[in-house]
Write a protein that binds this ligand. Structure first.
Ligand SMILES: Cc1ncc(COP(=O)(O)O)c(C=O)c1O
Ligand SMILES: [Zn+2]
Length: 404
């Protein structure tokens, strides 16, 4: 497959062929990464930042370091890098502008591109919502069948979107981990290829383009830190992989941003493992948060996420749903950015890390808004109604309800 030399296991280092579809390492279940001939790109093909000038503003502008196949593209990537109005050294990377309203578009564009190249006909995914929407859209564009498994209380937009794209939607009475179990149990019999988070190598490839973009949009200088809302952690791993590739290409030096994972207090397995100094995370029981994409009780790539947080001098932070809602409102009012709750968690984490002294005011920090608030209208309104009805009755005058 073009420039991919091999597919490599991140645990045992075994190599597999990119000529046929791969899921996880058959030896040890390790996450698989695509490896390119970066030395040839650098020395023979002279692939440099200047090579990007004039290319289309989509993630496929980095085509030399993406699988060589005809892209299934809906215009994903190259999202705005907004300078914060409130914090002069903070940037908001607004992934809400992607097709299907979230950064999941990147990973699924790459995965569906390869599924099409391999001739796969049926793809299955367990999802908190946005990955399912993205798969539904790209599968429709590719003429491939999509089988989606989401928790039954998934945000309304995800369900309506997926059905409208013509995907097969199953709502599960449980969490994403229960959805994953159903896919694992049925895939062989049904002939589905499993595109679960980190169970095939190409969603990481799509998500890694966020790392290339951060560097390109900041003039090939990496920020001091990146705050990333972490469920399965694919973007975090992808960006780290991008930085390693860029160093191998000679585009950057050995410097790296401090990588910060933010989770919700209602589901914070990575934060707990980080606080306890562990290299892997335990299953988080009774996961519950309004940030649907952070309701991931077990991250398959936990060992990779925790390794990157450590190597980069980063950290992991948990924020409450109240802090998330407050940050969501605040961003909308001060920046004009209507963020997904997961994205708003990045602002909540930034505030905490400023207060604790982890960040100084002059640290350049990129906050990832991973999705659009428009995908969460029902969730946001329900939350607001709840807090309104919790306000004291004295605020109700003559049938009109505050604010006054
Ligand atoms: C808007 C949003 N942000 C963040 C996440 C977490 O992403 P990841 O699994 O890459 O950590 C999700 C996952 O569903 C999401 O939908
Ligand atoms: Zn392995």
């Amino acid at each position: 497959m073009g420039l991919i030399l091999y597919i490599e296991c991140t645990k045992c280092g075994a190599h597999y062929s990119a000529a046929e579809p791969q899921n996880i390492c058959p030896n040890d279940g390790g996450v698989l990464y695509a490896r390119y001939d970066l030395a040839a790109l650098k020395l023979e093909q002279h692939f440099k930042p200047v090579s990007l000038v004039g290319r289309a503003a989509s993630m496929w502008r980095y085509r030399e370091v993406l699988p060589e196949a005809e892209p299934v593209s809906l215009g994903e990537g190259f999202t705005p890098m907004l300078r914060s109005q409130e914090f002069p050294n903070v940037y908001i990377k607004d992934e809400g502008l992607n097709p299907t309203g979230s950064f999941k578009a990147r990973g699924l564009s790459a995965a569906v591109t390869m599924a099409k190249a391999y001739g796969l006909k049926k793809l299955a995914i367990p999802s908190a919502g946005n990955a399912a929407s993205a798969l539904a859209a790209y599968a429709a564009a590719a003429g491939i069948e999509a089988y989606l498994f989401m928790p039954k209380d998934v945000p309304l937009a995800n369900r309506v979107e997926c059905e409208t794209y013509g995907a097969q939607v199953t709502l599960v009475n449980g969490l994403i981990s229960d959805c994953a179990r159903i896919v694992a149990e049925r895939k062989e019999k049904e002939g589905w290829f499993d595109v679960s988070t980190l169970k095939e190598p190409f969603r990481v490839e799509g998500k890694k383009t966020m790392g290339y973009e951060v560097a390109e949009q900041l003039g090939w200088r990496l920020p001091s830190a990146i705050i990333y809302p972490t469920g399965g952690g694919v973007g975090l791993l992808g960006m780290w992989k991008a930085f390693e590739e860029m160093e191998a290409l000679g585009w950057i030096g050995p410097e790296r941003p401090r990588m910060v994972g933010v989770q919700s207090c209602g589901c914070a397995p990575i934060v707990k493992a980080w606080d306890e100094g562990k290299a892997t995370a335990e299953f988080w029981p009774d996961a519950n948060t309004l940030a649907a994409g952070l309701r991931v009780p077990r991250a398959y790539g936990d060992y990779l996420i925790l390794g990157i947080l450590k190597k980069s001098g980063g950290t992991a932070v948990a924020v409450t749903d109240d802090e998330i809602m407050d940050a969501l409102d605040h961003w909308a009012r001060t920046e004009g950015v209507f963020a997904a709750p997961e994205g708003a968690a990045a602002l909540a984490a930034y505030r905490k890390l400023r207060a604790s002294g982890f960040f100084a005011p002059d640290d350049g920090v990129v906050l990832f808004n991973t999705g659009s608030g428009l995908k969460y209208l029902d969730v946001i309104e329900a939350r607001k109604n709840r807090s309104r009805s919790a306000q004291p009755a004295a605020r109700q005058i003559g049938g009109i309800i505050g604010p006054y």
